[in-house]
Design a protein around this ligand. Sequence first.
Ligand code: NAG
Ligand code: NAG
Ligand code: NAG
Ligand code: NAG
Ligand code: NAG
Ligand code: NAG
Ligand code: NAG
Length: 539
Amino acid sequence: MDPLTLLLLLLITVIGRCVGQEILPEGPVDAVLGSDVVILTTLVNKPDYVFIIWNYNDGHEQIHVATVGSTGLKVNKPYEGRVSVNETNGYLSLRKLKPEDSGDYSITIVSMDGATKTAEIELRVLEPVSNVVIKSNIPEAIEHNSTVVLTCSARGSFLTFSWFHSDATLVADGKRITIKNEDTSSTLTIDAVLRSDLTAPISCTAANKLEKEKSAPFKLTVHYGPDKVTLSPVKVPQFIRAGSNFNLSCYAPSSPPATFTWFHNQKVMEVAGPVLSLKDIQAHGLGKTMDEYTCRATNAKTQRITASAGVSFAVMDAISGTKITGPTSILIAGNSSANLSCQATAGAVKTRTWLKDGKALSLSGRLVFSDDKSSLMINPLQKEDSGEYKCQLTNPVNSDEASFKMEVNFGPDPATVAGEDAVEVNDKVTLTCSALSAPPANFTWKFNGTVTDVKTAQYTIEKALYKNSGTYTCEAYNAITGKTTMSNHKLSVKEEGALDEGLSDGAIAGIVIAVLVALGAAIGLTMYCRQKVPVESPY
Ligand SMILES: *[C@@H]1O[C@H](CO)[C@@H](O)[C@H](O)[C@H]1NC(C)=O
Ligand SMILES: *[C@@H]1O[C@H](CO)[C@@H](O)[C@H](O)[C@H]1NC(C)=O
Ligand SMILES: *[C@@H]1O[C@H](CO)[C@@H](O)[C@H](O)[C@H]1NC(C)=O
Ligand SMILES: *[C@@H]1O[C@H](CO)[C@@H](O)[C@H](O)[C@H]1NC(C)=O
Ligand SMILES: *[C@@H]1O[C@H](CO)[C@@H](O)[C@H](O)[C@H]1NC(C)=O
Ligand SMILES: *[C@@H]1O[C@H](CO)[C@@H](O)[C@H](O)[C@H]1NC(C)=O
Ligand SMILES: *[C@@H]1O[C@H](CO)[C@@H](O)[C@H](O)[C@H]1NC(C)=O
C-alpha cells in the first residue's frame, strides 16, 4: 500500500465517523432487560429523505430491522410488534428487550439525490443486578497469619464492583490488600490480615450504568493476641500481709479471651484463671521466701503464648499481741533498777522504737538497750524515769505498740517554808511547807521543838499573839522511801504599829519618781539656757 492510498483511507474513516456522529449520538445505549428503549437520532423534523433504514448487527451478521419510506413503516418479521420508527425524526423504538437485542444498530438515510448517510450505535441490554453476595475463603481468620479472600459475586451484566469497610470505600494498596474485578465478581484479598482490617462489617456493591445493589454486611472474626500481658496491681509491695485478701490479676487483650497459667519461679502452679490469690499461694506452701510470680496467657486459636513480667514478693505475718513487761515491785530512786521488755506474740519484728511520754527516749549511762532493743535496762532509777513508756514494733506489713506506766518513788527533797518573818499582833500568819516527793510527803510541824498537831502543808494562825513568836519547824516524810527532810522558820510577833514605821513600798516609789522628774526638769532647763548664750569664735 502506497502512502497516498493510506492517507486517503484514513481520511475516509475520519469523515465517515463525523458523518455518523451527525445522525446518532455517542453510544452505547444501556437499557434493562424487559424494558423499552428508544434509540434517538439527531435528525430534525421532516428531514429530507426517501428511506430511513435500521439494521442490527450482532457481530456476525446483519439483520434488517425496519425501514421508513413514502409508503410508511415496514418492520422485518422477527421484530414485528416490538419495533416502530418515528417518521418525523427516525427514532427507533424497541419494546420488551431481550438479551439477544444487544448489539450494533445502524441507521442509513437515503436522500432524494441518492446520497446516503450511515451511522452506528451500540445497544447494551443489561441484565438486572441481583444476588450480590460476599463469601470468604475461611470461616475465621488469625491475625498476621491468615490470607483472607473475600469474593463478591452478583448476577447482572456490565457490572462494576466497589468494596466498603463500614461506610468507607475500601481502597486496595496493591501490596497487602488487592482487589481483582471480573465480569460478575470481584475478589478482595487481604494478606496477613489485621484485626483493624475487619473491625466493621465489609460490604460490596455491584452496579451497572442503571442500577446498583449492595450486599448484606459481611462480618469475619479475626482472632488475635494475646497482646501485652499485664498484672495488677502494677506495683506489688515486697511483703504481703498474711491473711489479707491480696490478689494478683492477669490481663491480656486477646480474641478469643486468653486462658491463664501462673508460674512460681518459672515452675507452673496449679492455679487456673486470671486471679492468683494469697490463699492460692499459701495453699501451695509458698510465700515464706521472696519469690517471683509470672502469668502466661494462651490463645487457643492463635496458638500464641505471652508471658507477663515477673513480680517478686514474700508473705509476712502481721505483728500482734505486743506487751511491755516491767517491774512490779515498788521502785525507789537511787536504789532500784528496772528492766522493760517489749515482746509480740506473733509476727516478725523488723524495727523497735521506744518512746517516753511521747518523745524519743534519750539514752544515758543509766539507760541501756539490749542488743536487739527488745529490752530497756535502767540502773539506777531516778525520779525523772517516771512516766509512760511506749514501744512500737514495726515490720513491712504493719506496726503494733504497747505502753507501760512506771512510777519511781523518791524524796522528799529538801523542805522549804514560805511565809511572814514578822507580823503585828492580831495579824494572820500562813506558813507553807513544800518538799518534792513521790508519793507526796506527809508533813508535821514543831514549834520551839515541840510537836504540834498540824499535819498539813500549811500552818495557819488566824490572829497572831506575842507567844506565837518562835521557831517553826516543818518535817516532810515519805513513808515509802522512809526519808525525812526539815526546814526552820523564825516568826516574831510585834506590838501594833511596830511595823508601820518607814514608808510603804508604794510611797517610796512615788518619792523616787518625783525626785527623778524634778532632776530631769532641772537638767533640761540648764541645757536650754546654755544654747541661748552666744559662743565666741576662738579665731
Ligand atoms: C414522532 O416525533 C415527533 C417529534 O419528536 C412527535 O411529535 C411525534 O408525536 C412522534 N410520532 C409518534 C408516532 O410517536
Ligand atoms: C480477691 O479475689 C477474691 C475472689 O477471688 C475476692 O473475694 C476478693 O475480694 C479479692 N480481693 C481484692 C482485694 O480484690
Ligand atoms: C502462623 O504462621 C506461622 C508461620 O507461618 C506458623 O508457624 C503457625 O503455625 C501459624 N499459626 C496458626 C495458628 O496457624
Ligand atoms: C535486768 O536484766 C539484766 C539482763 O537481762 C539482768 O542482769 C538484771 O538482773 C535485770 N534486772 C532486773 C531488776 O530484773
Ligand atoms: C500520810 O498522809 C496520808 C494522807 O495524806 C495518810 O493517809 C497517811 O496515813 C500518812 N502517813 C503517815 C505515816 O503519817
Ligand atoms: C520560843 O522560843 C523563843 C526563842 O527561842 C522564845 O523567845 C519564846 O518565848 C519561846 N516561846 C514559847 C511559847 O516557849
Ligand atoms: C537501798 O538498798 C539497800 C540495799 O539493797 C537497802 O539496805 C536500803 O534500805 C535501801 N534503801 C531504801 C531507801 O530503800
